[in-house]
Design a protein around this ligand. Structure first.
Ligand code: ATP
Length: 270
């Protein structure tokens, strides 16, 4: 990978909520152009906070970046407001409040405008969305609140796509969805990356699903990156297999750090 191809670079980031509670500490990660990168971790590990920091939405929850930096295409963006970050081509698909529940599918799409100057697409914007998610065309008159979990996720990805993203930040795509829908959506992300030239940073608790499509993965725990590597390396690492992929072992109920500590102690004391 060439340094020139780095799209997003996070360096030693620290985020504090309400001036007292440190949620992430010293997080560094890189996303190269046209990659799919997975940020994996359990509940409360700091995944959403990382995405909020990149997209500029920390203020909504009274959080601040207290250390470190975030650069997009070499330009520092930390502490910039969300609308300016989106304009540069970074678009967030949030974990909650994805769509307007009281608007129809069509109305949800109509409120989207291509804010990023990056890759303005000509022609039929809805055609682009319906090409990837044909089911949405069939239910375009349905109220958002009546959509299934999978359809909501598709609509939220669609509204993000209509913003012309260069980097899509996707928070917990798989949450609450049946495995076959997760598989279908993850597969579609690969196609969208390929055909639309969109780079993706996926935040996931579902390490299995994310590592199937990712080119590179980071594991975050208690606000710190504890491991990173390509998917094969991550899937092959014993601790990751036991704790994040749930592939057996007495350690599967412990945190990654506890597993490491336990093993170290066992080595020292036999
Ligand atoms: P989840 O999938 O459960 O959202 P996560 O990995 O995305 O987990 P974060 O939501 O980023 O984790 O939370 C990281 C830490 O920050 C946790 O300790 C959490 O309690 C804390 N935190 C998150 N949101 C707030 C908030 N609004 N106010 C105070 N602390 C918060």
């Amino acid at each position: 990978m060439r340094a020139d191809d780095i799209l997003l670079s996070i360096e030693k980031l620290e985020v504090v909520y309400h001036n007292v509670s440190t949620a992430i500490q010293g997080v560094s990660l890189k996303v190269y152009e046209n990659q799919i990168v997975a940020l994996l971790g359990t509940n409360g590990a700091g995944k959403t906070t990382t995405l909020r920091a990149v997209s500029g939405f920390l203020g909504v929850d009274d959080a601040k970046i207290t250390e470190g930096s975030i650069a997009f295409l070499g330009e520092e963006i930390h502490n910039k407001p969300p609308h300016l970050i989106t304009k540069r081509g970074i678009v967030l698909v949030p974990e909650q409040d994805k769509i307007f529940d009281n608007l129809t599918v069509e109305e949800n799409l109509q409120v989207c405008v291509p804010v990023s100057k990056g890759k303005v697409r000509k022609g039929d914007q809805y055609g682009l969305v319906f090409k990837y998610f044909p089911i949405l065309e069939k239910v375009k008159g349905r109220i958002g609140g009546y959509l299934s979990g999978g359809e909501r996720q598709m609509l939220s990805l669609s509204t993000a796509l209509l913003c012309n993203p260069r980097l899509l930040l996707v928070d917990e795509l798989s949450l609450g969805l049946a495995p076959f829908i997760v598989e279908e959506l993850m597969g579609l992300l690969r196609v969208i990356r390929q055909e639309e030239g969109v780079t993706l940073l996926l935040v996931e608790q579902n390490a299995f699903a994310a590592l199937e499509v990712a080119d590179y993965g980071y594991v975050i725990e208690n606000g710190r990156i504890v491991f990173d590597g390509d998917p094969e390396r991550l899937k092959g690492h014993q601790d990751i297999r036991e704790f994040y992929l749930g592939l057996g072992g007495q350690d599967s109920q412990r945190s990654y750090r506890e597993v490491k500590q336990y093993r170290r102690t066992r080595r020292w004391y036999g």
